[in-house]
Design a protein around this ligand. Structure first.
Ligand code: SF4
Length: 236
């Protein structure tokens, strides 16, 4: 799976321009998670990330190219405990997986991608309410005062995400990136639409889209993303 590699490289290049913090994954430090989403009332909220008109974005890229060598959390900008007011917010996940076999067993690859998409929206850290807009790829988070008092931070929330992703058998390594630097969130935001376009095209191909490029609405994506056209037409 190399379809997202250019976007991963572009993301990492932007991150390198800023001083970040890297935390190795420690499963024991993972913040407690609930079975379902928890509604946090405004009066119980201690902090909002990505709200009040501030930029926010969320996207996930998959690779098999050895781009993620260890499970890790990267933080750019202030951590939860340092934030005082409204702030921009991005959560980007890069997954190193085993070969999903998208060019051989489409059914299996399709299921693996669906499982990864499921995790994206099904991690529920306690006192950390995530509101996503899958249409705009925004992600807002409301953190309860109780969670703040309990010492919640990105390292512990990131560890909770990594733990959940590693339950998917094809996942080898996970990098979770949290960003609260406004300019960086703005710069990276357009990537979310590109990731979406690739994922949509890929799932259509795996779902049996006809191989007629002349009448295909996915053509702009295939023109731009290396390997996409080969994946579809080579399959025939
Ligand atoms: S290879 Fe052609 S038919 Fe297949 S998704 Fe791309 S543009 Fe459409």
């Amino acid at each position: 799976m190399k379809l997202y590699d250019n976007l991963i490289d572009g993301t990492m290049e932007e991150l390198e321009k800023l001083q970040g913090r890297k935390i190795s994954f420690d499963p024991a430090s993972a913040w407690e998670c609930l079975e379902n989403t928890e509604f946090i009332m405004q009066r119980d909220a201690g902090l909002e990330l990505g709200g009040a008109g501030m930029p926010s974005v969320n996207y996930t890229c998959v690779t098999t190219s050895g781009k993620v060598l260890e499970d890790e959390i990267l933080v750019y900008g202030k951590d939860i405990r340092e934030i005082k007011g409204d702030t921009a917010f991005a959560r980007i996940v890069i997954l190193e997986t085993e070969d999903l076999g998208e060019d051989k067993d489409q059914e299996k690859a399709f299921q693996a991608i669906r499982n990864l998409e499921f995790v994206r929206y099904h991690v529920f850290p306690k006192g950390y309410m995530v509101r996503v807009s899958s249409q705009s790829n925004q992600e807002q988070v409301r953190i309860s005062s109780a969670a703040l008092k309990g010492g919640i931070d990105f390292a512990r929330v990131g560890a909770a995400y990594i733990k959940k992703y590693k339950e998917v058998s094809q996942v080898r390594k996970v990098r979770v990136i949290f960003i609260t630097d406004t300019e960086l969130v703005k710069v990276l935001s357009p990537n979310a639409d590109k990731v979406d376009a690739i994922t949509k095209t890929l799932t259509h191909i795996l779902d049996g889209l006809p191989t007629d490029c002349g009448h295909c609405s996915m053509k702009p994506v295939c023109d731009e993303v290396e390997g996409m056209r080969e994946l579809h037409l080579g399959k025939k």
